[in-house]
Ligand binder design. Structure first.
Ligand code: GDP
Length: 139
């Protein structure tokens, strides 16, 4: 399993606010290389599957509604130690707590609408990439 790949989404709120270009530039500035990019919109079923681990959490329905409210950008990124490097780069889940200059601090508007997703493990990066893209061969 590659330790050099992670998966990200630019979430609907950030897309709707017109931040696609700025966020993609910021990702590249951090040394992450785009291996695959796609604009799409999650169905309710897809969002529920993607965030299935949070099914019992009180914010689950709100999160699914937010993630299906408009188009997203899905992307596979490559860098050494990509999963940890990217989570560090985007900042804390809650933009209010995120490091100054981080993507979530700059473009997140709430703990839910926090601009971007970043995989939390190499295993999940592979699963999430496969969720949006056809073949791992291309990565
Ligand atoms: P992440 O790995 O930093 O994205 O955080 P988690 O895996 O804990 O949560 C997944 C996503 O659920 C976050 O990115 C937020 O969009 C959302 N989320 C997490 N915690 C909360 C919360 O307390 N309230 C709401 N409304 N959404 C949350």
């Amino acid at each position: 399993m590659s330790r050099n790949i992670t998966f990200t989404m630019i979430k609907p709120g950030a897309v709707a606010a017109g931040h696609i270009g700025a966020i993609m530039a910021k990702i590249a500035e951090g040394g992450f290389r785009f291996k695959a990019v796609r604009m799409t919109r999650l169905s309710k079923e897809q969002a529920e599957t993607f965030y299935g681990i949070h099914r019992e959490r009180p914010f689950f329905n709100s999160l699914v509604a937010s993630m299906t409210s408009g188009p997203i950008i899905a992307a596979v990124l490559e860098k050494e130690n990509a999963v940890l490097a990217y989570r560090d780069y985007i900042g804390a889940t809650n933009p209010a707590d995120a490091r100054e200059g981080s993507i979530r601090k700059l473009y997140g508007t709430s703990i839910e609408s926090n601009a971007v997703h970043g995989s939390d493990s190499d295993e999940n990066a592979q699963i999430e990439a496969n969720f949006f893209f056809n073949s791992m061969d291309q990565f």
